[in-house]
Write a protein that binds this ligand. Sequence first.
Ligand code: IMP
Length: 501
Amino acid sequence: MAYYYPEPSHTFSEYLLIPGYTSENCIPDRVSLRTPLVKYRKGMEEPAISLNVPLTSAVMQSVSNDTLAIALAKEGGISFIYGSQSIENQAAMVAKVKGYKAGFVTSASNLTPEATLADVLDMKKKNGFSTVAITEDGTATGKLLGIVTSRDYRVSRMDPSDKVRDFMTPREKLITAPKETTLKQANDIIWEHKLNSLPIVDDDDHLMYFVFRKDYASHKENPLELLDSKKRYLVGAGINTRDYATRIPALLEAGADVLVIDSSEGYTCWQKNTIQWVRDHYGDTVKIGAGNVVDKDGFRFLAEAGADFVKVGIGGGSICITRETKGIGRGQATALIEVAAARDQYFRETGIYVPICSDGGIVHDYHMTLALAMGADFLMLGRYFARFDESPTNKVMVNGAYMKEYWGEGSNRARNWQRYDLGGSTKLSFEEGVDSYVTYAGPLHDNVEASLYKVKSTMCNVGVTNIPDLQRDAKLTLVSSVSIVEGGAHDVTLRSTSTVK
Ligand code: IMP
């Protein structure tokens, strides 16, 4: 006879936290959200990689590209660049994140001296930048011959056909800096000479980057940014259980700091084989997470297979229709609670702490706090990040409101069938995800700051100032459907509507 779980499975919205004692030391500014990303001998050593905030972005085409990865690393989290693209393209995205120097910007507007004022105006209109690099071949890395800013021309007095070479600020009048220049030195030069931008050039006088006056300040605003020993942003990458022998070396060569097997269901021999291949070729130097699982058996299997972290969640993603198409999955809260207990049990037995990631289904900011309280070491979010400026998808106007596109990896649009691959050669595929819109929400920084401030405030209500204490001390209660109604505004007529996230 089949096994029947005695309890129904629950999700985040069915739980609430009960406040604990809050002392005067327990204020949001004192809360640390630092958390381990990969397994370690807790109490004996520090994890090889920790996050400064417990957020990771989903391994999805519509979420995690290089732009989002840089924005999230600035906040202290990490992105996993999607694997449902060619190995070359994925490696190039990873390389872009690793090559990114905070404050050093590759020139976006470039022309040759033979271009005209009309070309300059055209370019300014198209991409909004007023600094145009003038290089020998008109590329961002050509030999630097001058720059044009709005100080160099007067549209009312000049002819649109005037040549750039006749009105640009020429190379000999430019103040530049060599490639070794640090951001701090560049900033000093900018201040000393009252510049708006400083071109950084290589030994052959080819343009490498611009440092802009405004960027130094923004760099200083990111005290939690997640950097490697060479001060480059950390970045992860998704892999699959088919082409790992060629994909992994390319991703590591590009600089990936951590890998994750991206699959809807991880309790499989394919995941074990993939982890084994990594251990055979790289020992413990390469970090690899696995998943997804929703119970203790799945967790133990992957922990014993050598996973560096385990992702939890099947069917809870906002774009996911796995439960409807296949009838598998589990309420995210129940899955998380069981897997967290299995992780702690595994730690007691082996001394090895394997972090777990709650993947999918975070709708409200308070769900983040609940997931952490239920034992998640960090979270993976798709819909949340898809709404921001930095996500890779188009911003479109739908019914008078700005939206961003967001589609599942199992949708016809992404066609990431490998994620749902269960071996064999049959190529029959069916959709497990939808193509959708999400409400546009602006810059990642502002949103993450607001969400995490809420998380920290709630942690203070619980009376804790770090995630391990939250996991140990939180008191949670299931709520009845009637008390959920009580939790919203009720029995009043609202004067204005706002959506609380
Ligand atoms: P969200 O944060 O609720 O939007 O969920 C994101 C998570 O959904 C991802 O990290 C994946 O685990 C999962 N996911 C992504 N694409 C699909 C899909 O097409 N079908 C089912 N689950 C998906």
